[in-house]
Design a protein around this ligand. Structure first.
Ligand SMILES: [Mg+2]
Length: 105
């Protein structure tokens, strides 16, 4: 299957890319460092919203921002998020309880 075909994640990635292109956000490979930093920023915003006791929907909105930014980056990198998700979930199911970490996570 070619990159970006089939699956909900790939459809959502294409939807995100259509929106970001239409809104004038660059998909330049030179921006990958910036995109990675902005994914962090959305997680920080979710952390801050949770810390401040904001409604769960406010936390969720920031997590949705992170998802959108992640899907945008998948598209810029030319990756197949659906296939990568499936493969990684299969790997994770094969791992031991709490992945043999001391404190879980
Ligand atoms: Mg945000």
């Amino acid at each position: 299957m070619a990159m970006g075909e089939g699956g909900d994640l790939n459809r959502k990635m294409q939807e995100v890319r259509s929106m970001t292109d239409a809104k004038g956000f660059s998909a330049d490979q030179e921006r990958i460092w910036e995109m990675l930093a902005l994914i962090h920023s959305e997680i920080s915003e979710a952390t801050d919203a949770y810390k401040k006791g904001q409604p769960e929907e406010a936390v969720g909105e920031e997590l949705a921002d992170a998802l959108i930014r992640i899907l945008h980056l998948f598209s810029v990198l030319g990756l197949d998020p659906e296939a990568l998700y499936k493969t990684k979930m299969e790997k994770n199911w094969e791992r031991p309880y709490r992945y043999n970490t001391t404190r879980g996570g």
